[in-house]
Design a binder for this molecule. Structure first.
Ligand code: TMP
Length: 221
């Protein structure tokens, strides 16, 4: 790959336990072995800067009901603005491929679709926090929410505030992501994440490869 004028912004989305961490690592390995001279920036939301990680700790710990959905939306957007300005935009300007674990779609699903915050207000928060930045590609890892929750409970995490919101909440999260993917079919690739990790990785790589070809960053094979 020749050095890109502007990098690429790839996000991963999905319910709890959908395998994002594993797939991000697999994609990182594939890019490092298949694309020459590209820098990778792996990051996550909420978080990604020292200050935004402090907001993450407030959001992900404690009682399920301690924040209103609108408060969560504003805190997510506040942490996102710091992240976009200090990490994501500078990395893209350098020509990096940025891979982010969750981004605006999570806010539209968790706080909008499930939490009931008005979508037009969330669009306004996106404008303020992202300043026009939209992912080039979003990989939505879709699977049964109960199976995903069972995985996270087995794994054990101290950031369990959203996990503790219950099965009905997480079924709605899944439905919200499905509908969001239907609304933005050109950007969001829905991948069946109930299969083996290797089968999921093949679909992740196929979607990323198509993007790299479309952007002229690798040749079509
Ligand atoms: P995760 O990093 O393990 O996926 O956990 C992050 C949690 O935060 C997850 O339950 C989803 C939630 N979240 C929102 O509710 N809104 C958002 O905008 C983001 C980025 C995350």
């Amino acid at each position: 790959m020749t050095a890109a004028m502007r990098g690429l912004f790839i996000t991963f989305e999905g319910g709890e336990g959908s395998g994002k961490t594993t797939q991000i690592q697999q994609l990182k390995n594939w890019i490092e072995s298949n694309i020459n001279s590209v820098n990778l920036c792996l990051t996550r939301e909420p978080g990604g800067t020292i200050e935004a990680e402090l907001i993450r700790a407030l959001l992900l710990n404690g009682a399920a009901s301690k924040w209103q959905p609108a408060t969560e939306a504003m805190m997510m957007s506040a942490s996102r603005h710091e992240h976009v300005i200090h990490v994501i935009k500078p990395a893209l300007a350098r020509g990096d491929i940025v891979i982010c674990d969750r981004f605006i779609d999570s806010t539209h699903v968790y706080q909008g679709y499930v939490g009931g915050v008005d979508y037009a207000l969330l669009d306004g928060l996106d404008q303020l926090s992202c300043q026009g930045l939209v992912p080039d590609l979003t990989l939505f890892l879709d699977m049964d929410s109960n199976a995903g929750l069972a995985r996270t409970i087995q794994r054990g995490s101290n950031e369990s505030r959203f996990e503790s919101k219950g099965a009905a909440f997480h079924q709605k999260v899944r439905q919200g992501f499905v509908e969001r993917a239907e609304k933005y079919p050109d950007r969001i690739a829905k991948i069946d994440a109930a299969r083996s990790a290797d089968a999921v990785t093949m679909d992740v790589i196929a979607a990323v490869r198509a993007l790299l070809v479309a952007k002229g960053m690798i040749a079509a094979s």
